[in-house]
Structure formats: structure tokens, C-alpha cells
Design a protein around this ligand. Structure first.
Ligand SMILES: N[C@@H](CCC(=O)N[C@@H](CS)C(=O)NCC(=O)O)C(=O)O
Length: 321
């Protein structure tokens, strides 16, 4: 089942291993409803991950491990397990499981904070938050916005992703994230604000609105992205050859963009109009530190697909304010 944590060759390896072992388990059912016979017992409880959890993971990863053709007995067993009246009250439903497996990794803002720590080589613990049911820990540490990310560093509590990135850069040794010279730092901050308010905001709203309103947001995004494209000036990253503050600030355009296009059908950063930004997106997503913090595109597509209606309602509420 570790396949859901990995992609590519590593995932294929885990799937192969699972498929070699599952026939042994399939054979144990011997035409019975449960491993123990007519009602669930020890082995059914031991194998519970192959029931509802496995189904949620299959939905997230798009990899089918147990299907009717290959494992008819295990498939039927999973259906029996899920619909068993005694077990049902102890089982999380599909939506709860999907939310559990995707929580916070979908957030480009949380990603900014995590990447900053990774780039500096600072060890950290990532506490995942259920945003549908916020914890006391989050509410008490970010009472102003009630949002992730929040950085807890000793007694210090730092909120707002870009503020966290700057704090991490100043508080820890290691590879610099912001430029060294005051005037370059000021310019980087200026462009980070531009990305935040003039690019990402209209980009986000263009995804979840319709008609003329959508077209206006799309046009505003493209106009501002052209200015951002020019900032790359033929470099690999916004700051030159090394990844830095503006790259982290713009991460949504590098990785989230493609998943959001799949969910909404809106594509604003295309190869023809923004070749430099597209090249930069590849550089950003292939950086070793970044790769370790990126959610998979499958996960993002599932998350945003599931929450589409919520984002449409938020966008409408914001536009009609
Ligand atoms: N400006 C904030 C935005 C953070 C943000 O939007 N976080 C979202 C997750 S992507 C959140 O916590 N949402 C919970 C809510 O809106 O109630 C930052 O940069 O940190």
C-alpha cells in the first residue's frame, strides 16, 4: 500500500510487490464472505486497510490494486466489509478519508513555508491541519486569519507564508533565500507583492468564475504575467542561477497551475505566451529541495475536484462584495 506515497518507478515497484502477494490472500477467502466465515473476525480486521482506505487511495492515485477481474474474492470481501452493519460506525466515510490523505499538501502557501525550511536545511515537523475542522492549535496561534501556514519556532509564532519565508531566511544559516544587497531585497519584496496581488489573485479568481467576469480576470492575469515573464530575463530562476524568494513566492504558477487547469479547464500560463515562465516552472519543480515538498498532480486534481463547488462559492462571494 506504500505505492500511494510514491510516483514513477518506485510506485510501480510497490504495485508489483502488492500484486505478487495479493493472490495468496485472495486464495484464503475460499468462497467465504469474510476470512473468518460468515461474519468478520481477526483477519478481516487485520486486512481493513484493503477495504475503505484502499478504495480512497485508489481514487487519489488512479492506481487500481484490487479489482473484480484480478481479485474477485477480495473485491467482494471489501464490499462486504464496508457494508457490514457492525463495522460501519467505526469506519471513516470516503470524503473523510480523501480529506485526510490530501490535507494541507494542496496549499501553495504551506508549500512556501516548507520549501524555505528545506532550502535552509532546517529540520522541522509538519503538523497537518484539517481545514474543515480547524484545531485549537491553529486557532490559538493564528487568531487573526485562522489560516495555514503557521511556523512555531521555540516560543515564536510566525504567520503568513511570505513572512515565514523571510523569517526562516534570517533566523537560520544556510543557503540564502533573499538577495544580499538591500536594494535587491527591496526589489524582490516588491515583485513578491506583485505576484501575490496582481498575478495570483486574478489567476485564482479566473479559475472559479464564469462569463465576462472570468474573461476580465484572465485578461488581468495575462497582462501581469507578461511583466513577470520579463523579470526572468533569460535566467533559470528569478534571482539568477539559484532558486530564491520569488521562485518560492510564485510556486502556484509552477506546479499548481497544471492541476488547476485539469480541474477547471482554464489555462493561462501556456508555452506560446509565456515560454520563459514555462521553462522556469520546469526548473522549479525539478529542484531537489522543492521536489521533496511538492504534492503530486494526482493529489491536487483530486483535492480541487472534490472542493470545486466550495471555491466557486468563495470566488462568487468575493466578486460580489
Ligand atoms: N496570505 C496567506 C494565505 C494562506 C491561505 O490562504 N491558507 C489557506 C490554505 S491554502 C487556509 O488556511 N484556508 C483556511 C480558511 O480559509 O479558512 C499566506 O500567505 O499565508
Amino acid at each position: 500500500m506504500a505505492h500511494w506515497l510514491e510516483e514513477g518507478e518506485a510506485r510501480e515497484g510497490f504495485v508489483k510487490e502488492a500484486k505478487e502477494l495479493l493472490p495468496l490472500l485472495e486464495a484464503q477467502l475460499k468462497g467465504k464472505r469474510f476470512f473468518a466465515g460468515d461474519s468478520p473476525g481477526y483477519l478481516d480486521i487485520a486486512a481493513c486497510t484493503l477495504g475503505p482506505t484502499r478504495i480512497a487511495i485508489e481514487e487519489l492515485t488512479g492506481v487500481s490494486l484490487i479489482n473484480d477481474e484480478e481479485y474477485p474474492a477480495l473485491s467482494q470481501w471489501a464490499r462486504e466489509y464496508i457494508s457490514n452493519e457492525t463495522l460501519k460506525p467505526c469506519m471513516p466515510d470516503r470524503d473523510q478519508l480523501l480529506a485526510y490523505f490530501t490535507k494541507n499538501k494542496e496549499s501553495p502557501f504551506a508549500h512556501r513555508a516548507e520549501v524555505a525550511l528545506k532550502l535552509k536545511g532546517v529540520p522541522y515537523e509538519l503538523i497537518l491541519e484539517d481545514l474543515e475542522n480547524k484545531s485549537e492549535l491553529l486557532l490559538s496561534h493564528n487568531p487573526v486569519h485562522n489560516m495555514v501556514p503557521v511556523l512555531l519556532h521555540g516560543d515564536q509564532i510566525i504567520c503568513e507564508s511570505l513572512v515565514i519565508v523571510e523569517y526562516v531566511d534570517e533566523a537560520f544559516d544556510g543557503q540564502p533565500i533573499l538577495p544580499a544587497e538591500p536594494c535587491d531585497r527591496a526589489k524582490a519584496r516588491f515583485w513578491a507583492q506583485f505576484i501575490e496581488h496582481r498575478c495570483l489573485k486574478p489567476f485564482w479568481l479566473s479559475l472559479w468564475t464564469e462569463g465576462e467576469v472570468q474573461e476580465e480576470f484572465a485578461e488581468e492575469t495575462k497582462k501581469n504575467l507578461a511583466l513577470l515573464e520579463a523579470q526572468l530575463k533569460g535566467n533559470r530562476f528569478f534571482g539568477g542561477d539559484t532558486i530564491g524568494y520569488l521562485d518560492v513566492a510564485a510556486c502556484m504558477l509552477a506546479h499548481w497551475h497544471d492541476a488547476l487547469e485539469k480541474v477547471t479547464g482554464v489555462c493561462l500560463v501556456n508555452d506560446d505566451d509565456f515560454p520563459a515562465l514555462r521553462r522556469w516552472a520546469k526548473e522549479y519543480t525539478s529542484n531537489e529541495a522543492v521536489k521533496q515538498c511538492l504534492p503530486s498532480t494526482d493529489l491536487l486534481v483530486t483535492y480541487f475536484g472534490l472542493h470545486k463547488q466550495k471555491y466557486i462559492s468563495f470566488a462568487h462571494a468575493l466578486v460580489s462584495q
